[in-house]
Ligand binder design. Structure first.
Ligand code: HBI
Ligand code: FE
Length: 287
């Protein structure tokens, strides 16, 4: 059976979580007692499937950080992860009922608080889910928050998001999150590897994104180029941006983006499957 790409992003139907129990900053308590045996079993099976896919495909930094999640056979308590996470990089995860508006999202990141959805997909949605659930957020996003450079990049991204709101650069900056934090690839001594959470938590895209010769492009990350590039939320990515290091992300987001947003206002956006003449495909089809 073809595994559907995990899809999430703005979903047409009403958000799934119960937002009535969220505070003004959209955080809510993680009601650990409310998880059913089926919920814990779904988490265990997802963790088992995804972690088995990663050797040779996920970046070593991710694989080395994954055990920091601790528990694999049932849904962890956030406070247990936070004890280790805060010691490692002064980050903490906070429960949210699901996708939250940009301002609270950026504000949490700027305060080194990562929002983690507190519900899990149903067994029927094992391979396909529209919105990020607790498995996508915990397995996909949280391990690299234990990596000091990446953790600082995420905070700087949140700070940049709050500025982007004022400068009308939100759509552009959202593309940077999508093509790095969610679907980013990284060059390593062993070859191109995965660090993006949307890929790492997907049953099918882990394999697909590093398969040479598909219709997808693999090009070096250039921030301006990335901010111009549209993305798809309901299929495997048509472009994957490749970085050389997490330091490159941190340094690339140091400058004030105001002039860049201004410049981009006068440039066309690029379709997700663009390959500009100057760009080199980093995963060419085998001859
Ligand atoms: N909310 N809970 C949650 N998780 C996300 O990843 C998230 C969000 N709201 C907005 C958002 N991501 C994207 O628009 C970012 O690019 C800003
Ligand atoms: Fe995500």
């Amino acid at each position: 059976m073809a595994i559907e790409p995990v899809v999430y992003g703005a979903s047409e139907r009403a958000p799934r979580g119960d937002y009535s129990r969220a505070a003004a900053n959209y955080t809510c308590p993680q009601n650990h007692a409310a998880y059913t045996a089926a919920d814990h079993d779904t988490y265990r099976r997802l963790y088992e499937r995804q972690s088995a896919l990663l050797p040779g495909l996920a970046s070593e930094a991710f694989i080395a950080a994954l055990p920091s999640l601790g528990i694999k056979d049932h849904i962890p308590r956030f406070e247990e992860i936070n004890e280790r996470l805060y010691r490692a990089t002064r980050w903490e995860i906070v429960a949210v009922p699901g996708l939250i508006p940009e301002v609270p999202f950026f504000t949490l990141l700027a305060n080194r608080q990562f929002p983690v959805t507190d519900w899990i997909r149903t067994p029927e949605e094992f391979d396909y889910i529209v919105e990020p659930d607790i498995f996508h957020d915990l397995f996909g996003h949280v391990p690299l928050l234990f990596n000091p450079v990446f953790a600082d990049y995420i905070q700087r991204y949140g700070q940049g998001g709050l500025k982007a709101m004022k400068l009308g650069g939100l759509d552009e900056l959202a593309r940077l999150y999508w093509y790095t934090v969610e679907f980013g690839l990284i060059n390593t001594a062993e070859g191109v590897r995965i660090y993006g959470a949307g890929i790492l938590s997907s049953g099918g895209e882990v394999e697909y994104c590093l398969t040479p010769g598909t219709k997808s492009r693999h090009i070096r990350l250039d921030i301006e180029r990335c901010l111009r590039t549209l993305y798809k939320i309901d299929s495997y990515q048509e472009t994957y941006f490749v970085i050389d290091s997490f330091q490159q992300l941190f340094d690339g987001t140091a400058p004030d983006f105001t002039p860049l947003y201004e410049k981009l206002k006068h440039m066309d956006v690029l379709p997700a499957n663009t390959l500009l003449p100057s760009e080199v495909e980093l995963l060419p089809a085998p001859h």
